[in-house]
Design a protein. Structure first.
Length: 150
């Protein structure tokens, strides 16, 4: 087995993203950032509006953790050391603003996983990436429902 590459090196090509490993490393950063952002937003929305918001978002956070584990395993199989880098989480001062940020994050994830599905993937990885993409679509819909409640 060759020398391990780092995911950070994988996401800094001079001409943008391109390889599957680069996309998976970027997705892992996105999952890490989503966990942080959503935990912050769950607390704020619980405080500002209703604790029920936290419950819905905590379920989404649990899914994001599962997605990160899947990506770490997929990167490790490819001899890429998974990064601990975090896609920059965002926050704000108003409930609608927070939820719109979360919707945008989920849409970005849907697009990223959809791009991965354009690659020639082995069946197990295709199933895993499709499952993650579909979960991100569901999360976006949950955030849209929460937006209607604020």
């Amino acid at each position: 087995m060759g020398r391990s590459r780092t995911a950070q090196a994988e996401v800094e090509p001079s001409n943008g993203y391109g390889s599957l490993e680069e996309l998976m490393a970027l997705a892992l950063q996105h999952e890490h950032g989503a966990m942080v952002q959503y935990a912050n937003h769950a607390g704020l929305l619980s405080h500002w509006i209703n604790p029920i918001f936290a419950t819905s978002i905590q379920d989404i956070i649990a899914d994001e953790v599962e997605h990160a584990v899947t990506l770490v395993n997929a990167l490790a199989v490819r001899d890429v050391t998974p990064t601990l880098a975090v896609w920059p989480p965002r926050s704000g001062n108003q409930a609608r603003e927070l939820i719109l940020m979360d919707i945008a994050a989920e849409q970005g994830a849907v697009e990223l996983y959809s791009e991965m599905l354009e690659y020639d993937l082995d069946p197990a990885l295709r199933t895993a990436i499709t499952r993650i993409r579909d979960a991100e679509i569901l999360h976006r819909n949950i955030f849209n429902d929460l937006l209607e409640k604020v």
